[in-house]
Write a protein that binds this ligand. Structure first.
Ligand code: FAD
Length: 300
């Protein structure tokens, strides 16, 4: 099938390097790719792919994902619809492609508190709901009250918080696929100046702790470890104990500033990343009996 075989209202590119749509710059070609700025067109495109039996993947800003060398057989749709609005009772409604930064700016502008923990986290609200993005003990799932989703069978439905079964870096979308079209977040009235200064502090702290912003990375590679009582141990502690910061496989490396941040020095492949991951998992397991689990999404 050629891109020109799709109905003319979609803009489809063929054989597109997915590396260019990920922050870590890793991934082979997608058979088809479409950058979609309109929610209705996105839904129609999904239904079209469903009808012709074409595999479909929704992507946001690509900050938490890498693809195999083989790329993606099907269509990757990059979500760019990003309207945001404040609705009654201090809630924000954001289309899936709205960036966390954009939503935070709206919160600051309108003196809404609760979203400060996202300061410095890249990516869209759609991706953040999928992976229940969070920091400093807070997460997006805790704020989400309602969402408009596109089910696997192509229906649009509104669902409430409990639908997502949020837990640490997890939503049920990882198990039962559906696409977030729009999310509603409950915030509270706060003092704009105080909210802004808290965000500035968080950003400054992240800048000290994390690699420079132009690093080719997907954020924390592994999830932190939670025990039965819910106490967390940073994956970085285990990784530091086995000397991870000095390790690399090809151009896949652990960043010297943070043991749980893998990055691409330039030409790393998914195989390099997965090999590095496996070596570190094995060493941590041998020394501590703990199996680290990848947080970053891998698509093949
Ligand atoms: C430097 C750096 C720092 C980071 N720091 C943090 C941090 O502190 N805390 C944290 O939690 N994360 C962090 N991350 C990870 C990342 O920023 C978040 O997970 C972000 O929410 C991902 O959004 P995205 O739009 O980039 O998702 P993508 O990478 O585009 O997609 C990630 C997954 O979500 C799915 N997805 C995307 N959009 C939708 C949608 N609308 N509906 C359903 N599924 C969808 C994709 O199919 C994919 O499986 C960091 C990443 C980087 C690069």
């Amino acid at each position: 099938m050629k891109a020109s075989d799709f109905p003319p209202n979609y803009t489809i590119q063929e054989n597109v390097a997915l590396a260019d749509f990920t922050n870590i710059k890793i991934g082979g070609p997608a058979d088809y790719l479409s950058v979609v700025t309109d929610q209705k067109i996105f839904v129609d495109l999904y239904r079209h792919c469903l009808a012709i039996g074409l595999r479909f993947l929704a992507l946001g800003d690509g900050t938490n994902v890498f693809f195999s060398e083989g790329g993606f057989h099907g269509l990757v749709a990059i979500i760019k619809f990003d309207n945001t609005n404040i609705v009654a009772k201090n809630a924000v409604v954001a289309e899936a492609g709205a960036s966390l930064e954009q939503i935070l700016a709206l919160c600051i502008e309108n003196g809404l508190t609760g979203f400060e923990f996202t300061a410095g986290i890249p990516g869209t609200i759609g991706g953040a709901v999928y992976g229940n993005a969070g920091a400093y003990g807070s997460n997006v799932g805790a704020l989400l009250t309602r969402a408009k989703i596109l089910t696997a069978s192509g229906e649009i439905i509104f669902v409430e918080h409990d639908f997502f079964k949020f837990s640490y870096r997890h939503s049920d979308l990882k198990v039962n696929p559906a696409i977030v079209l729009q999310a509603e977040l409950q915030l509270a009235k706060g003092d704009a100046a105080r909210i802004k200064s808290e965000c500035d502090e968080i950003i400054a702290m992240r800048r000290m702790k994390l690699p420079p912003p132009d690093t080719l990375t997907a954020g924390s590679w592994f999830k932190n470890i939670k025990d039965d009582q819910g106490n967390a141990t940073a994956a970085a502690l285990y990784l530091d104990a086995i000397g991870a910061r000095k390790m690399s496989v090809g151009d896949a490396a652990v960043h010297e500033k943070h043991a749980n941040i893998f990055y691409n020095k330039g030409n790393a492949t998914a195989t390099d990343m997965l090999t590095l991951q496996q070596i570190l998992q094995e060493r941590v397991y041998r020394q501590f009996g703990v199996m680290l689990e990848r947080e970053v999404m891998y698509v093949e």
